[in-house]
Design a protein around this ligand. Structure first.
Ligand code: AMP
Ligand code: ZN
Length: 121
């Protein structure tokens, strides 16, 4: 999709801190994180929202969210995690994405580069 910022990330036209990737999805750090390790899981194919994404892709995204949960517990020692997925007027970027938002009782303070290194090493 032309002019879709997330399609540009998938094509490599815009850089991202990629945490995980396979043939169906890409996972990268949110540019404006609500907490340390806030990441987005996006399908490589352009779907706008829940109305048009297919169930197999959605199931795979849920499976990857479980992997990210394990990764965040192991590498960043999170105390909790919220999953958010916006649609319609509350959705800023019109390419389906699932937010993975770590929660900490006593929040650590790492730079984006430090978080990236911890998650991919
Ligand atoms: P939403 O309101 O669910 O559409 O949220 C879109 C999210 O995409 C926001 O949390 C933004 O910070 C994030 N975002 C926008 N552009 C980028 C980018 N180039 N790299 C990483 N995250 C981005
Ligand atoms: Zn797109």
């Amino acid at each position: 999709m032309d002019n879709c910022i997330f399609c540009k990330i998938i094509n490599g036209d815009i850089p991202s801190y990629t945490i995980y990737e396979d043939e169906i999805v890409k996972v990268f750090l949110d540019i404006n994180p609500e907490s340390i390790g806030h990441m987005l899981i996006i399908p490589k194919k352009h779907f706008v929202c829940l109305d048009d994404i297919d169930i197999d892709t959605l199931t795979h995204i849920c499976d990857v969210s479980k992997k990210m949960h394990s990764l965040l517990k192991e590498k960043l020692n999170i105390d909790g995690m919220s999953v958010v997925q916006n649609n319609g007027d509350v959705q800023e970027v019109k390419h389906y994405h699932m937010h993975i938002k770590p929660y900490y009782v006593n929040g650590p303070s790492f730079s984006v580069e430090e978080v990236y290194k911890k998650l991919v090493d």
